[in-house]
Design a protein around this ligand. Sequence first.
Ligand code: FES
Length: 166
Amino acid sequence: MASLLTAFGRIAHAGVREYARRTAASCPASGLIGRSFVTRAQPLRSDNRVTVHFINRDGEKITVEGSPGDSLLDVVINEDLDFDGFGACEGTLACSTCHLIFDEDVYKKLGPVTDEEMDMLDLAYGLTDTSRLGCQICLSRSLEGMVARVPESVADIRQSQDGSSQ
Ligand code: FES
């Protein structure tokens, strides 16, 4: 019986490690998410999807799904959402075009903001107290049903830098 339990423990641990490895591979904020999932040891399910409601610039609500570990930028790309200019730097923290605004209760679940993200957020149009960069937000089950608002305009800092250097 003891060896059976040990074998089960090894299998369960390997499953959690594999899950953490997969989330680390797809999410820029992987250190945070990886630790979060490992400590909570959530079960692995093939139907484990997270619903996200985007509110587009024109007020349209667009409901899509992503996988835990996907960034919101991944979701926008995978679902082929047409948010003009969104994610111009492809998640390299160089543009701030992935600026999104959240309700306060969701914002509190998003985890800490890095200095690099804060530097980019400072350059975003329409910054609010609950703004974050979508490329730095990774889905987890606790974010099921979250609402993410796309601001009315975007600032691509790379274009302003190009303009000032000419
Ligand atoms: S996609 Fe450029 S900062 Fe997020």
